[in-house]
Design a protein around this ligand. Sequence first.
Ligand SMILES: [Zn+2]
Ligand SMILES: [Zn+2]
Length: 389
Amino acid sequence: MILQKTLEEYFKWFHRHPELGNEEKETTAHIRDILTAAGVEILDTSLKTGLVAQISGTKSDSQSKSQNGQQKTPVVALRCDIDALPIDEASGVAYASENPHCMHACGHDFHITSMLGAALLLTQEKENLTGTIKLLFQPAEEGGGGAKQVLDSGVLDDVEEIYGLHVAADLEKNVIAVRPGATHAAVGSFKIVIRGKGSHAAYPHLSNDPLVASAAIITAAQTIVSRNTSPFEQAVVSITHVEGGSAWNVIPSEVLIEGTFRAFSEEKLNYLSERLAQICEGIGISYGLQVDYAWKRYTIATNNDPALAEFAAQTARDLGLTVIEGEPGMGGEDFALYQQKIKGVFWNIGVASPNGLHHPGFVANLEPLSTAAGLLARLGKGALERLAD
Ligand SMILES: [Zn+2]
Ligand SMILES: [Zn+2]
């Protein structure tokens, strides 16, 4: 109960003081202060925001043997993200954001607080830890390249397993969802610029109308999922931003289209992009316009190691928690980049919000804070025990 009260206080501070990706200066300083006061070691890294702390076990039999007979202490990592979103909060909570147009609407404040709770629990258990646990407070998850910064810093080079959490708005409080394989999609974004010829709207034959061509591209793009993708395969193509024209009596010379695609494999993501590029090219030819197409890959799909997913589920069950597999989602998560190099599991905890993630009315129930902290700590400790065996 003491832990829960402390965590609620921590949480409210972070919720009041959200910062966007790569700008999490106050957030990082506050995390640092809490960890330092608790006697937790903070590592030197090249990270400008975010930080990595470390708790090393002192258990005498904490050494495991590597193949060449040398002593090797297992290292695992627990990961949270710390950035907020450019959203005006409309949650109605007393501890709402004090920073204009910035809100912890993805629950990363919940993740930070859970990790701080895990740090407090693990420091009390140092003599029972059979290795080292790195606590990663990652910056800039929401498209700011945070995971790449962490990987480039080399701070995870010796890590054998990594565990990450995310709140689930639609799950009952304290329910844990963990599944093998993909939980989050590979994400790409695209930008299409249609360059035609503007004119007086009364003389369309003197123009080369990019608006009509944009309508054709938007309509044809819908067939990539409905006609080119198996009904048993998940894929999304969403057009989200269209800009062209500025007056009712002028045909513009240019139209911009932006959007995103998502899939659960790299091949599929590449395929979605290829098809869209073909559609752009074909419509450009048939309408006699120049259509420039470009896309960018944001993240690959997450990929939960099956054995570790079962370990995480069992660890949660051992704590008396309700565990379900949950559904994979088409949202992206840069935790996937760690899983390319390190075996890992990304799991969800229910916070029963009336509104979804990235919504101005998102409100996490705070009761699961100590549950999440307890599970993170137990995963770290349990993983070390298994690796030290
Ligand atoms: Zn998010
Ligand atoms: Zn998030």
